[in-house]
Unconditional design. Sequence first.
Lengths: 263, 325
Amino acid sequence: MVLIEVKWVTKAYYTSRRKDRARIVLDNVSMNFHDNEFVCLIGPSGCGKTTLLNLIAGFERPTVGEVLYKGRKVTSPSPERGVVFQEYSLFPWMSVLDNVRFALNTMDLSSDRKDDIARNALAMVNLTEFADQRPNLLSGGMKQRVAVARLLAMDPDVWLMDEPFSSLDEQTRKKLDSDILNIWRIKGKTIVFVTHNVDEALHLATRIVLFSESPGRVIKEWKVARDMPRTPESPEMVALKKEITDAMPACACADVRPIEIME
Amino acid sequence: MLYNVTWLSVRPLRLAIHLGRTYVGEMLFNGDDDARIAKHLGSRKGSDPNILLGSDRPAALARTLLTFAIGILIVLMIWQVFAWTYNDVVGRAVLRFPAPIETFAMLGEFFFEGKTLLGHTIYEHIASSLGRWLVAFALATAVGLVLGSILGHFNSLFPIGIVPVSVYQMIPGLAWLPIALLLFGLGSNAAVFIIFVVSAMVITVNVAGGIRRVPPVVVRAAKMMGADDLTLFLKVLIPYATVDIVNGLRLGMGSAWRVLIAAEMVVGTGIGLGYAITMTKDLLNYVASFACIAIICIIGLLMDKVLFAEIEKFARHRLGMEEGY
């Protein structure tokens, strides 16, 4: 079933204070996201991946075109489409538990029930013992796990993840990627995951969508079979990685002359 | 001879610098944190990385008091030197420049011997000024919080609303005098009005600024979780901006206190510290004027450095926004 439809979406922003110039970030992008898919959006930085995610979330509107969620036009954010942000987005004055409980603020539940749901969510990301702490005492990885727990509690149909673990160290990132993969397998939700890391995408996705450099267009996409072995050394993985890397647009910096060291 | 003089003066000076560095310096500049922790490393239990240090409160309090005392000492020294130069070195003036000792003696008479000033005890003057300040500041807080919240929250209103606020803020406190007199005539209400306008604008600007500085990602997170406008405002924007809001109140309080004294000096309130300063000046009782100035400083400092500093610390703590330890 098609859950999200992106139809001929173009997004442009002003690039000067005088508003006499604008720049196209997403250029006529059309794509669909299906139920229970794990889609990774990859591409060079500044190619509009985050913008597309913001449009799906409803934080911004397309300049031209439309985004449909379950057939209805997206005009504002909604708890049906949860977001894990690249930056830390916890409320510093609330305990970890209250941060997670906030995700239930629109739901008509008893206070005890909310507590249960929030504690369960924290248990799933192994943060039970930090429930009463403030976010400022948590490490970066733990903060992002709280952000994940928020969505676990809220239980949206769509998880929009904007390079959620890119500021974390390699080990932590891999661990959290595996956790997300497990959550996706258990919950069977639709995940749209932005990354610039091909390995991360190969590890997670059932579909990988490659964006061109700015202005962003979809260059190509690959399906990754669910039963495909996800070990990086497997021949299928190596082959797919080469294919994606070859298709990746050359970095804009390739045109620039190499740095010369002056004597 | 020359050699002797050098020897005499350099040795004690070096000693003083050495003692100053080791004792005063350590106390003033937070001490040596590593040295303090190193002393307790022995108490480590097994491989537990946590070390119990015991309370730093007494030492921290001593440091604060010492720092403050030195600062006050500098003020008194400048004052003393100035008074001494004016009275004894130049010494041509008819009137004496009140020295710290005379002023404090007068303060003692006011506070402990019940000496009256212009027919009122000093307590009555203080109570009258504080009362005026409290009424005006409470009104200004109410207006500033509401107006600042509206301007900060509604992006489309801000560019329009900030214009009148900036215009009013540019008008110096006493320049409101004609308007105050037109509206309220001479007397206490005119002073209250002046204090109110001045501090309300300061508070408005800071509250609006604080709300506008809430990071977009925090607002987006709240919206993504379904928070409606009211929830967003009450549960996210206001808490996030609390430190800025408290700071705005602090600045508003300071400007209210300063302009209060100035207003009392010109609108003829009949009682109050500012009124007492102008009257004693006209009566050539400069020592009493100085005593009133000292009281104003002390009350202002207490409100700013003790009351509001504590409120701000408390707010930071409650909001999980402490700046380091």
